[in-house]
Write a protein that binds this ligand. Structure first.
Ligand SMILES: [Zn+2]
Length: 433
């Protein structure tokens, strides 16, 4: 199977190259807005939406008429047609809001779809209309280059190559031993807790940067619009945002690498993303946001390494015992899981991670041809494993079975006979370093 990967390298532009790039972005931004205006007009007057081919043609016609736009490579101009077409498609198919009018400082990249550039060890990166740009290729470019995007960020220019290459073969899920399966629980206090009881903290440096951003943001919003101070602060904010983004990426990448160095399968809870918007706790929404970006990264990297990510339904993963599936309700303040039924006593997050792993393992079909998460069917859920009368987290009616099962748990604990001891259970997980 073919997969796409991105390789990003820093560019060292000369001042006049930078001027040309800035100018190109400005012109392309105008073109983008003009094409958008045309689409709106056409939709109003003719009740038709514009095809990609027509957008491309319009872009090229605009280039023919504008002498300055001709300095930009024809495919780069054509690509603006593709972009506006995509933003309208996304809007019509309800994946995005209505395309914005782009402001020049928000239009920060241009794309060479197939030609107009050449990477060579001696001359660096040749860009049509710009010249030979010095580039730092800090890691080898692998695969066949499909397109190149030049991007302006707060601290300079970057080249992003999208390449296509053969994906490594995935081992069928059914052939992976349980010790190579890792369940992870996301949390507020710890970034992640794994089923082997190891955990990862949300890095302190990220907390600090986030506090700094909040602080700067407050100052920024108090400054007069158009003032020089506001401008300077805006620049500082942009750089800080970039810095945080890179710190976060770095932290997540390292974690993903570590997990996949020791394991073949990572089991995660599927977060309900629209639900996140309703969340009023800022700390919670930040951690949820960074968790979903971690999950995306894990999925992406798993393809690169030939590993697997399995998602499970988060329903009830904090409220049941991982060992006997007994209902053990607890609020957020309860940090320990103590099961009255089997006597299990472990930290609450570890119990959740073990449950998540258990769900993940159960989801493995007997014959599996290395399915990717996208192909994963309905999420494995605790709902199917526990009695249907149980509703985690909600007040419930005690049935006779519940009462007897609790009582039998108490009796067992009292004789201390039928409670399985820790050592007898033979944990399937091995403590990973
Ligand atoms: Zn139990």
């Amino acid at each position: 199977m073919e997969m796409l990967s991105a390789f990003k390298y820093r560019l060292y532009t000369k001042p006049e190259q930078e001027k040309r790039l800035d100018r190109s972005l400005f012109l392309l931004c105008n073109l983008y807005n003009n094409l958008k205006a045309e689409e709106i007009r056409r939709y109003r007057e003719e009740h038709k939406s514009t095809s990609k081919t027509r957008f491309r043609r319009l872009a090229l016609e605009a280039r023919k008429e504008d002498g300055e736009l001709q300095t930009a490579h024809s495919q780069v101009v054509q690509n603006v047609g593709d972009r506006i077409h995509r933003s309208f498609r996304n809007f019509f198919e309800r994946r995005a809001r209505f395309p914005r009018w782009k402001k020049p400082h928000r239009y920060n990249s241009l794309t060479y779809p197939q030609s107009g550039f050449k990477l060579s060890p001696e001359k660096g990166l040749y860009l049509s209309g710009i010249g030979d740009v010095r580039i730092f290729v800090h890691r080898p470019l692998l695969g066949k280059v499909k397109r190149l995007t030049i991007k302006r960020e707060a601290d300079g220019w970057y080249a992003i190559f999208i390449t296509e290459r053969e994906a490594p073969q995935r081992k069928p899920l059914s052939e992976i031993p349980t010790v190579r399966v890792r369940g992870a629980d996301m949390g507020l206090t710890e970034f992640a807790t794994f089923d082997d009881a190891s955990s990862v903290k949300y890095p302190q440096f990220l907390r600090r940067s986030e506090d700094e951003i909040k602080h700067l943001q407050r100052h920024f919003s108090k400054k007069l619009k158009g003032s020089r101070r506001r401008h300077a602060l805006g620049h500082r904010l942009a750089r800080l945002h970039l810095h945080i983004r890179r710190q976060r990426e770095d932290f997540q990448n390292k974690l993903v690498h570590r997990v996949f160095a020791e394991n073949d399968v990572l089991v995660l809870e599927k977060l309900n993303v629209p639900g996140l918007l309703k969340n009023h706790s800022l700390a919670k929404s930040i951690s949820d946001a960074s968790w979903s970006s971690f999950a995306r990264r894990a999925v992406f990297k798993s393809e690169l390494f030939g590993k697997n990510v399995v998602f499970v339904d988060p329903w009830g993963t904090t409220q049941f015992c991982h060992w006997c599936l007994h209902w053990v309700p607890k609020d957020i303040a309860t940090r320990e899981h103590v099961c009255p039924n089997c006597g299990e006593e472990i930290p609450r997050d570890v119990n959740s991670a073990l449950l998540i792993k258990r769900l993940g393992i159960q989801s493995r079909p007997p014959t599996d041809s290395g399915s990717s998460p996208a192909e994963q069917g309905p999420l494995p859920s605790l709902r199917e494993m526990v009695s249907p009368s149980v509703e985690a987290g909600s007040p419930r009616i005690w049935s006779w079975e519940d009462v007897t099962s609790v009582l039998s748990g108490v009796y067992h604990a009292l004789d201390g006979l039928s409670t399985p001891s820790r050592s007898m259970r033979g944990r399937s997980s091995v403590k990973a370093r």
